[in-house]
Design a binder for this molecule. Structure first.
Ligand code: NAD
Length: 255
């Protein structure tokens, strides 16, 4: 799998899965531009500091990004211990806005990879709501829809990861047919990164212990990065509109 000559933008590149993905993609020959609210801790080919919860900040970041983009890995995210509005903005609305703004810079063969979560696996239970939200045409329209359809704090992380999976399914095929741009999700199970503790707080000890018996251990961030790299590469040129679990088999136990 080589990524020579590809320019790939990675959000969330200053920590965890995003940083490991940036490191791996550079090793495979890609030119990697990071976007994060925090400064990078590793060498990148370019970096734009931006708050991806704000539409204006995203628009400003877009102005600083390259004119040709072969890949976009949307990895930045906040846990469900953050306020609902912030989770909605970073994990869904901002991700969508950045992707839509960069689409015209992506040639045929380009790839978008959205990091969802194993916690998005119940998307079929709320499909109608997620499809309705997916049809909102802009960041502002999404906010207005959410004002009319409030999301509970306790389940907001799951809700917006589900919504991300449904939006990816709904939007990927039109973009693939019309532009030859692929879009997919990767759904990690628990991963040892700075926000793992927030997930334990969010889910509660009982649920965490239940899951702990079903899996070997949480993943390391460098066990998620290769799946993102594969989906960015031309080896995945016929893979579009999927949600790829990378969870050490945990999701397979939810039967
Ligand atoms: N760690 C896990 O167990 C786990 C499991 C499943 C999915 N995920 C998802 O993986 C992705 C990466 O998470 P991680 O575990 O590497 O966490 P992390 O906290 O290590 O990294 C998240 C990165 O996103 C950036 N970010 C957050 N809000 C931002 C904002 N408003 N603007 C710009 N950058 C912002 C942070 O600065 C950080 O660098 C997230 O989307 C998360 O939901 C994580």
């Amino acid at each position: 799998m080589n990524l020579y000559g590809k320019t790939i933008v990675i959000t969330g590149s200053s920590s965890g899965i995003g940083a490991e993905t940036a490191r791996l993609l550079r090793q495979r020959g890609a030119h990697v531009i990071g976007v994060d609210r925090n400064d990078p801790m590793i060498t990148l080919d370019g970096f734009v500091k931006a708050d991806l919860s704000e539409q204006a900040a995203i628009d400003d970041a877009v102005r600083q990004l390259p004119e040709r983009i072969d890949g976009l890995a949307n990895i930045a995210g906040v846990p469900g211990t953050a306020p609902v509005d912030l989770v909605a903005r970073v994990n869904y609305l901002g991700l969508r806005h950045l992707t839509a703004r960069l689409l015209d810079r992506m040639p045929a063969g380009a790839s978008v990879v959205n990091v969802a979560s194993i916690l998005g696996y119940e998307w079929p239970q709320r499909l109608d709501a997620h499809k309705a939200l997916a049809t909102t045409a802009s960041f502002e329209a999404g906010l207005a829809w959410l004002a009319k359809h409030p999301v509970a704090q306790e389940t907001c992380y799951q809700y917006f990861k589900e919504a991300l999976i449904v939006w990816t399914f709904a939007q990927s095929q039109p973009w693939f047919l019309q532009r030859g741009v692929r879009m997919n999700c990767v759904a990690p199970g628990p991963v040892f990164t700075p926000i793992l503790g927030d997930f334990v707080t969010m889910l509660g000890q009982e649920r965490v212990e239940k899951d702990a018996h079903r899996m070997k251990r949480p993943a390391l961030a460098d066990e998620i990065a290769p799946a993102v790299a594969f989906l960015c590469s031309d080896d995945a040129r016929w893979v579009s509109g999927i949600n790829l679990p990378v969870d050490g088999g945990l999701a397979s136990t939810y039967i």
